[in-house]
Design a protein around this ligand. Sequence first.
Ligand SMILES: O=C(O)CCC(=O)C(=O)O
Length: 271
Amino acid sequence: MATAQIDRPAAALREFTTRGYAVVRGLFTADDVDVMNDHFAEIHRTGANGRYTHMSMEEAGNDPLLAYPRIMNPHRYSSIARDYLRDPRAAEVLRALFGEEPLGVQSMLYFKPPGARGQAMHQDQFYLQVRPGTCIAAWTALDRVDRANGGMIMVPLTHELAIDCRKAGKEGAGSYGPNAIPVPVPEGYRGEAPELDPGDTIFFNGSLLHGSGRNVTTDRWRRSFICHYVGVGCETISEAYHPLVDMSGQDVVRAKTTDGGPCGGWVGAAH
Ligand SMILES: O=C(O)CCC(=O)C(=O)O
């Protein structure tokens, strides 16, 4: 008897449209996860010709995030990261969610070792400043992820709300960086923490409120590869996201705005 094929992009679109985010199980294989983990460990070890720096645990005063800071935009110098940014399996889902061709604008690898602080609640569009429309993130688990090791907290339906624009510079409790902007969960909304296996990907709308807690385990890392995308119809985007990359791997030009900044980082402009 023939088994019914699951239409992955269509299922993701239904969930994404109604809730603001969709979990796609097994988007990447165990082999893909091994390739990514090995490659990002190599960047950490070698420094990628000065493009990535970190402290030893001793220099870092045992702060795991200083010893293992995130790797920003490895797709700009690593063909492995660039190939995963434009992976056909992710692109197929993104085409359904955007309703048009996607362009990659950012990649990040978070190591999030045991003890590492989480990321204050925020909306990505605050940083990317995409016009028209918004961005979509594809957040791929590279370890088994749950609340204890600092899994993502997603607040369904908040993608329908305006961007909460507050001034940067306030320390977010338990946050990655000193300049995080904690956005409170609005009344009537509730965060949820999807449990993920390595290779599962969360696709989420740029307006969706999300963040993560501290990794409170003593022995479980929470590595993740995160890419941000816009639709091909994007006209302007924050200057931190250039050049854009199309799904054939070519750089693409769009107008720059001086608003925004790297995701989760310093935003100089007052909003
Ligand atoms: O991985 C995390 O803990 C946070 C990631 C995040 O907030 C983002 O990609 O926008």
